[in-house]
Design a protein around this ligand. Sequence first.
Ligand SMILES: *[C@@H]1O[C@H](CO)[C@@H](O)[C@H](O)[C@H]1NC(C)=O
Ligand SMILES: *[C@@H]1O[C@H](CO)[C@@H](O)[C@H](O)[C@H]1NC(C)=O
Ligand SMILES: *[C@@H]1O[C@H](CO)[C@@H](O)[C@H](O)[C@H]1NC(C)=O
Ligand SMILES: *[C@@H]1O[C@H](CO)[C@@H](O)[C@H](O)[C@H]1NC(C)=O
Ligand SMILES: *[C@@H]1O[C@H](CO)[C@@H](O)[C@H](O)[C@H]1NC(C)=O
Length: 321
Amino acid sequence: MHMNFLLLASTAMTVLAHPGHHEPETHATIQRRGHLGRRCADHVATFNKRRMNKRSLTKRWEGNHNTTFEIQTEAPFYENIQNDTCVLAPEVTRGPYVWPRSQTLRQDMTEDQIGIPLWLDIGVLDMNTCEPLPNALVDFWHCNATGSYSSFTGLSPNTPFEELLSSMDISDFEIGVTDLHTDDSTWLRGMWPTDVHGMMEMKTIFPGFYVERAIHIHAQVHTDWTTRENGTIVASNTVSTGQLYFAEELEEKIMALEPYVSHTQINRTTNAKDTVISGGFEDGYSPIISVVPADGKDVKNGMIGYITIGVDTSAIENFKK
Ligand SMILES: *[C@@H]1O[C@H](CO)[C@@H](O)[C@H](O)[C@H]1NC(C)=O
Ligand SMILES: *[C@@H]1O[C@H](CO)[C@@H](O)[C@H](O)[C@H]1NC(C)=O
Ligand SMILES: *[C@@H]1O[C@H](CO)[C@@H](O)[C@H](O)[C@H]1NC(C)=O
Ligand SMILES: *[C@@H]1O[C@H](CO)[C@@H](O)[C@H](O)[C@H]1NC(C)=O
Ligand SMILES: *[C@@H]1O[C@H](CO)[C@@H](O)[C@H](O)[C@H]1NC(C)=O
């Protein structure tokens, strides 16, 4: 049995002390995934190349959701696939702002949020077979340009999580169990299934930052999923949980622009200072999204972020819903 569920409950206090601390895993699990990852290295490279070359096409999701999505930019692609920039994210914490009932099935999760446009172009690879994984639901959530999460807009992005909890008199916080939500807003939360080639795309904005954390996007991959009428998830197997990051240089460039630059109440935590990010680099993986300008010229006008998420379909995470 996968260990996350048991360890999650027993480490609630650790999570309280270090809200960013990743849910621990056994060494054997990490090692096993490492072997799977190395075995798939060639496939990842081929997969990424094919994916990037497809970009000028119109993509159509032919599944049960009846939606067409038009790609608006020319196909950018790297001459040489850099395996170390687009590989496999191991499991790290879902963080305190996971909120499944606001995660909505759609390909544009921007709503009214302002910021630099970002198209996330995600490939999902089944690391047991080294083949693209079709019909996997990829689920994202991240904060807005000034650090707030939808559904939690009443919580200050500038107050350390521990202080927030003590101000609310909560002493037994548990991720996914303790209810901290303040409203029903859904912006910057979205999910979409991979197509027959194991690919999906999500339009959003470049995230801002909140206290004590590097800029990041939460991602989960679900299999055997079903949704309600309103597009939220009813049931699924969660096979991967990760956090995706950006290069420091890019972040500096974007954070100097409005509306990000107006977030002056706290200093941004850089990747180098973040305590969670290292979990994403276990065993040679890289959770850094590769970015190219959407107009082929300047990322400030919008960008496309590529990453391949390798999932271990035999390791189901039994999160409490
Ligand atoms: C990267 O991918 C190439 C092409 O498939 C492969 O030859 C190479 O060994 C890989 N490098 C690493 C570090 O995995
Ligand atoms: C998909 O949408 C089109 C246009 O709205 C509609 O004509 C068609 O019946 C729908 N197909 C399914 C399978 O729902
Ligand atoms: C979707 O429906 C569920 C069940 O009725 C509800 O709990 C949830 O808040 C709804 N989410 C949205 C985004 O409407
Ligand atoms: C981010 O969300 C918060 C809470 O809703 C809002 O006050 C703030 O204006 C938003 N930031 C931007 C840049 O719109
Ligand atoms: C940000 O860091 C600078 C340099 O260390 C410091 O002078 C400043 O007070 C910090 N600002 C905030 C809001 O913490």
